[in-house]
Write a protein that binds this ligand. Structure first.
Ligand SMILES: C[S@@+](CC[C@H](N)C(=O)[O-])C[C@H]1O[C@@H](n2cnc3c(N)ncnc32)[C@H](O)[C@@H]1O
Length: 264
């Protein structure tokens, strides 16, 4: 019967398969991930991730400003940030854009939180003094970031949602991690950019942030090898790393030379 025959791919189908396989320039466009489902954003997050915390209502109730977040980030934020709610946490976000996320952080973290945002775009100064303080400068400028942290009186949480350029992401982490308070966390989001040329990434490229991450993990295990430590500012003070889809969370704490005991 005709329908049961295995269909031979046309030449164009074969070319397309080969292109996907071999062309490093073929990357999915971010736009193809935009949520187009029937249920509400809140229902979608609730049903997929089994999550129904306050931050979800805060996110979906955003009004008057624009905030753009991937659905799976919402429970991840809550997992790492809930312990800072209602405290005097010092929170710095790199990337202010339209001011929406600063508003979300203020509503989530509470009135006592010290919230600062930095952005390279001078237009973001208009959000200064609303949900938090905004300072204008580049995340690649370590002196500028150090001056902001000084003004904040230290920093417990840094969220890098800035340029997403591979070189910047790694440099900022390396520059800033040692300036953070112990017990703090450093979050990098939108790391799908590590696979995209536009942001200096690519699956097999050494600039891909996940290659940097592997090096940091090797550095953290420097006790067990004699190879060069490439990121001492991070690995020497990093007590743990959590990897999620496009989000990496580094825990900052004192690190001790490992010891073991035999007890019987
Ligand atoms: C993805 S948007 C931030 C979105 C915002 N956090 C939110 O959730 O609503 C990225 C922002 O990073 C800023 N940016 C780009 N390059 C930067 C750099 N080198 N230093 C600081 N900010 C930068 C852009 O101007 C832009 O406003």
């Amino acid at each position: 019967m005709e329908d049961d025959k295995i269909k031979t791919p046309t030449i164009w189908e074969r070319v397309n398969v080969a292109r996907r396989k071999f062309s490093p320039r073929r990357e999915p466009k971010i736009a193809c991930f935009e949520y187009k489902g029937d249920r509400s954003v809140k229902e979608d997050i609730k049903q997929k991730y089994g999550f129904d915390g306050d931050i979800l209502d805060i996110f979906v109730d955003t009004k008057g400003v624009l905030v753009n977040k991937w659905h799976h980030y919402i429970p991840i934020y809550d997992r790492y940030l809930s312990r800072f709610r209602g405290t005097k946490v010092k929170f710095l976000e790199i990337g202010v854009s339209k001011g929406g996320s600063l508003q979300m952080w203020r509503r989530y973290l509470g009135d006592d939180a010290v919230i600062f945002g930095v952005d390279i775009d001078p237009d973001c100064a208009r959000y200064d003094g609303q949900a938090g303080q905004v300072r204008i400068g580049s995340q690649t400028d370590a002196e500028f970031l150090a001056s902001v942290i000084k003004e904040m009186g230290g920093v417990d949480v840094i969220l890098d949602d800035g340029s997403h350029h591979m070189k910047h992401v790694a440099k900022t982490l390396n520059d800033m991690f040692s300036m953070m308070n112990d017990g703090g966390i450093y979050i990098i989001e939108d790391l799908h950019t590590a696979f995209m040329r536009k942001w200096g990434g690519g699956h097999g490229r050494r600039q891909n942030f996940f290659v940097v991450l592997l090096q940091i993990m090797k550095d953290m295990h420097g006790w067990y090898h004699y190879k060069k430590i490439e990121y001492p500012g991070v690995s020497g003070r990093c007590s743990g790393i959590h990897v999620h889809d496009s989000v990496v969370v580094f825990e900052k704490n004192k690190v001790f030379a490992p010891t073991f005991s035999q007890i019987s």
